[in-house]
Design a protein around this ligand. Structure first.
Ligand SMILES: C[S@@+](CC[C@H](N)C(=O)[O-])C[C@H]1O[C@@H](n2cnc3c(N)ncnc32)[C@H](O)[C@@H]1O
Length: 291
């Protein structure tokens, strides 16, 4: 049975589990959809499947991730061949450490975002087999997330890769690798921007914010909040996910006081210990009436 596309990676902080809440916060009508912290793109794929996208600008600062989107779009067959081979190693810890991770690190330093199929396939493999779908590179640019004890992860998912490829080849959809601030010059009145940045850490010790070599810190959260408010004033529809945290409460105080927010429960990894999974509250801020 043909289904709509869904995220092809299990990205840390992914929004698949909150989609039913988020779709209720989407304006009924909008022009361009913009998602500048794309990750797995859970909300984009849902809206695309529901026929709500007229035009889309999708971007993320992670070059390896964007290389994957480009490989799916431009080199689908070669990528599927690579994924089919890697599927045979879905439960092989030795292959992860001795072959996949070193090979990925070797290619990633030599290639960019040309849609390289082996690099893209290895990223999907590592993402599905590593610890919690994390993406983390050290200061030498080496991906160093450990094996994750996932049981039979699905690496080769032909139907979904083809559905994603079809969506990405839609001429109305653009995929870009850039800092979130550069896409914001491309949006205006009645466009809709969904921001899902790396969260402000819940505490000093639970600091996972690095999906890219440049961590997303307090100054970035402040810069992002000013942009959110500027777009709001200029007449764009804006929606933001973020953590429940004193800095975030201070930055979005007007939205909290105005009732333009939801507090939603999500299952998240909340510490680096294996058993550190829990249900926590997250914020959703918006400037329009949820549908
Ligand atoms: C919470 S994840 C997004 C998850 C996504 N909504 C999903 O459903 O999978 C945050 C994303 O922001 C990206 N990112 C981090 N810093 C960025 C920056 N300065 N500009 C653009 N993207 C950035 C990361 O690479 C990561 O993919």
């Amino acid at each position: 049975m043909a289904t709509g596309p869904v995220p092809f990676v299990k990205w840390a902080g992914g929004k698949a589990q909150l989609l039913n809440v988020l779709v209720k916060c989407v304006p009924k009508k909008f022009e361009t959809y913009c998602e500048p912290f794309l990750g797995g793109g859970a909300l984009f794929f849902r809206l695309y499947s529901e026929g709500m996208i007229k035009k889309a600008i999708l971007s993320d600062a992670n070059k390896d991730l964007i290389n994957c989107y480009i490989a799916i779009r431009d080199n689908e067959e070669a990528l599927l061949t690579e994924l089919e081979i890697l599927q045979q190693h879905s439960n092989h810890k030795d292959f992860f450490y001795e072959v996949a991770r070193p090979k990925f690190n070797k290619i990633r330093l030599k290639t960019g975002m040309e849609g390289d199929p082996p690099k893209a396939a290895l990223l999907v493999y590592l993402n599905k087999t590593c610890y919690n779908g994390l993406y983390r590179v050290n200061s030498d640019g080496v991906f160093n997330v450990p094996w994750g004890r996932n049981n039979n992860p699905r690496i080769y998912d032909e139907d979904n890769i083809r559905a994603v490829g079809k969506a990405l080849r839609d001429r109305r959809v653009k995929v870009i690798c850039c800092d979130y601030s550069s896409v914001l010059t491309k949006v205006g009145v009645n466009d809709f921007v969904y921001f899902d940045p790396p969260y402000q850490p819940l505490s000093m010790t639970s600091s996972f914010t690095s999906y890219t070599p440049d961590p997303f810190g307090e100054d970035d959260q402040k810069r992002l909040a000013s942009m959110f408010m500027e777009l709001d004033k200029e007449g764009s529809f804006v929606l933001m996910s973020n953590s429940v945290n004193p800095l975030i409460e201070e930055l979005y105080n007007d939205y909290i006081e105005g009732g333009n927010y939801l507090k939603v429960m999500a299952a998240r990894q909340i510490s680096c210990k294996g058993d550190g999974r829990g249900r926590i509250y997250e914020y959703v801020f918006f400037n329009h009436h949820p549908g």
